[in-house]
Design a protein around this ligand. Structure first.
Ligand SMILES: Cc1cc2nc3c(=O)[nH]c(=O)nc-3n(C[C@H](O)[C@H](O)[C@H](O)COP(=O)(O)OP(=O)(O)OC[C@H]3O[C@@H](n4cnc5c(N)ncnc54)[C@H](O)[C@@H]3O)c2cc1C
Ligand code: FES
Length: 259
């Protein structure tokens, strides 16, 4: 883990309120794995004293990309940075996803901005010769990650709650149709999505890794602000996670921030 001053190479609003920012980061990018995250300093004032956790979205040798939704002061500040501006990062942090060597068919489930950590996982899986199907869900079509930005080898299935893109309904409604094909399932999305998955028998029969997004203080295992209850005791999301087995989490006992 390193602290590094990085420099913005490009930044654009790829969906309403959602930004894709590429950073030159020779200290962090080469050692970062899919599912890991960085703590980003988002400004100098008191409210932004605590760094904000953002997932590694993409990596390309010395460069890394962040995909973030503007939800508050920190992410708004970040969205207003320009090419050449310096951004202070701490990372890479957390455990990341792991693809079993015998897994050929990977099913990825993205709920909204949950596509953020799954993109680099898909890239890794494709480079290892795996087949990747991505179930991508959002409230409405404009919030679906643009298909032209995804690697073309991915099989993409979409759903929106209002029916404006793909199937009408929740992305978890489609899960039973695809899960039997998969050796492993990887998911990132809001708390209700995980709760539904944890009750689906076909899903529970597979190895499922999920990325938990809770409010974080330090991101370094010091403040205990990110503790969750699991079948194996209390765990810190920043240090023991953010990736956990779906089955390990005691879903009824944790209160995660909505995504
Ligand atoms: C490991 C990890 C990886 C993450 N990766 C991404 C990512 O790649 N892209 C992305 O857009 N977001 C990601 N998040 C969520 C992101 O950290 C928060 O949205 C961000 O910290 C909000 O900062 P803010 O100052 O803009 O908002 P604040 O002013 O701090 O909060 C504004 C609103 O956002 C909610 N919020 C704040 N923090 C979180 C959080 N951690 N999770 C869910 N809701 C939150 C608050 O409840 C509040 O309603 C990740 C979170 C974690 C823990
Ligand atoms: S955020 Fe401080 S211990 Fe995890």
């Amino acid at each position: 883990m390193k602290q590094a001053t990085t420099s913005i190479i490009s930044t654009s609003e790829v969906m309403p309120g959602i930004y894709l920012t590429w950073l030159e980061s020779p200290q962090i990018a080469p050692s970062a794995h899919p599912g890991q995250f960085v703590m980003v300093r988002c400004g100098e004032d008191l409210e932004c004293l605590l760094r904000r956790p953002l997932s590694l979205h993409q990596r390309d040798s010395d460069k890394l990309a962040l995909l973030f939704n503007v939800v508050g002061k920190g992410t708004h500040w970040l969205s207003q940075r320009q090419v050449g501006d310096k951004i202070d990062l701490l990372g890479p942090l957390g455990n990341g996803f792991s693809i079993h060597p015998a897994s050929h068919n990977l099913l990825l489930i993205a709920g909204g901005i949950g596509i953020a950590p799954l993109y680099s996982l898909a890239q890794d899986a494709l480079s290892k010769g795996c087949s990747v199907t991505l179930l991508s869900g959002a409230s409405t079509a404009s919030q679906l990650y643009p298909s032209h930005l995804l690697p073309p080898e991915i099989k993409l299935i979409t759903a929106t709650e209002d029916g404006t893109g793909g199937e009408k309904g929740l992305i978890t409604d489609l899960l039973p149709d695809y899960v039997s094909w998969a050796y492993q399932v990887f998911a990132c999305g809001p708390m209700p999505m995980y709760r539904v998955m944890s009750t689906q028998h076909l899903v529970k029969a597979k190895p499922v890794q999920i990325s938990l997004e809770v409010r974080m203080g330090c991101g370094l295992g010091v403040c205990y602000g990110c503790t969750v209850k699991t079948k194996n005791g209390l765990k810190q999301v920043c240090k023991d996670g953010p990736v956990f087995d779906l089955d390990d989490i005691l879903w009824d006992e944790i209160n995660l921030a909505p995504k």
